[in-house]
Ligand binder design. Structure first.
Ligand code: A3P
Length: 297
């Protein structure tokens, strides 16, 4: 690791964070199911959207849910995104209705489920049963910028981070943000999905080719949809329309919108030239054995 990102261990810690099997996590991630993942009653037709936070998860889930309902928006418009789609490891004190473990028991199959867990903490029976997995990844520079804003938007989950972006970038590079090291997380899932017929999506491709993305997800979920329905779903999930939706761009994010900028390349407004060079050095070293690449603008 470049000395550049050396971090004073006292710099910032999310209140009540804990580390489980090497991964930095927050209190809202339930511990009992990390220790005993067999507690999850997984069904073979469960469909998972998995990601590192801030990679386009909500977007992908909205697309998948509309696709599963053949474009009919009734269910998607019935209640908040966060109440409709169980987030399996989430157990927030403040929103008990969003306890993913119980929520997933109360929806009909096939169930659409969300997780940010790295692969080695993910319930292994879901992988053994061959559940469908859509993994969405985003270039880490835009991811860290989005995450920095998210920390500030949600002090009830992440505490009172008052540092600047440079300090946050150090936390990110050191894997001291919730869900840990981006490289381990992304490469772990990339390798699994490539070898096991999962669907690997990239945020930048989704932005570039939104209709193609909808088609890819529909094909993966074996949903045969007309071009008209594909266009309708793609349009409903545009940044502008999702940002307008009170069911998605939820007001509870303490004073700040959940859908912020939705852009590729915003990192250029945050990284200094030397931060960018040092980050590239870390990136090139950590990704050197992988075929995975990203677009940066
Ligand atoms: P920004 O903070 O860069 O705007 P997640 O759902 O994984 O938390 O990811 C959130 C990021 O995806 C945010 O990025 C958000 O604005 C962006 N996003 C959500 N819906 C989107 C959409 N329909 N089109 C483009 N970006 C979207």
């Amino acid at each position: 690791m470049a000395d550049y990102f050396k971090l004073n261990p006292e710099y910032y810690q999310v209140p009540w964070h804990f580390t489980f099997k090497g991964v930095y996590l927050a209190k809202y991630v339930r511990k009992d199911t990390l220790e005993r993942p067999e507690l999850y009653e997984i069904k073979s037709d469960d469909i998972f959207v998995v990601s590192y936070p801030k990679s386009g998860t909500t977007w992908t889930l909205e697309l998948a849910q509309l696709i599963m309902n053949k474009g009919d928006p009734t269910y998607s418009e019935s209640e908040s995104h966060f109440d409709r789609i169980p987030f399996i490891e989430f157990n927030p004190e403040r929103y008990p209705k969003r306890n993913g473990f119980t929520a997933m028991q109360n929806i009909e199959s096939p169930r659409l489920l969300k997780s940010h867990l790295p692969i080695h903490l993910f319930p292994p029976q879901a992988l053994q049963m061959g559940c469908k997995v859509i993994f969405v990844a985003r270039n880490p520079k835009d991811t860290v910028v989005s995450y920095y804003h998210f920390y500030q938007a949600l002090p009830s989950l992440y505490g009172d981070y008052k540092g600047d972006f440079s300090g946050y970038l150090k936390l990110f590079v050191n894997g001291q943000v919730v869900y840990g090291d981006w490289f381990d997380h992304t490469l772990g899932w990339y390798n699994y999905v490539e070898e096991n017929n999962g669907l690997f999506l990239k945020y930048e491709d989704m932005k570039k080719n939104p209709s193609e993305t909808t088609v890819k997800i529909a094909e993966y979920l074996n949903c045969d949809l007309s071009d008209e329905i594909i266009d309708e779903i793609t349009g409903r999930c545009s940044f502008a329309r999702m940002k307008m939706s009170k069911l998605i761009n939820f007001e509870e994010v303490e004073g700040r919108p959940f859908l912020r900028k939705g852009a590729v390349g915003d990192w250029k407004n945050y990284f200094t030239v030397s931060e960018n060079e040092a980050f590239d050095e870390v990136y090139n070293e950590r990704m050197k054995d992988s075929r995975l690449t990203f677009d940066w603008e």
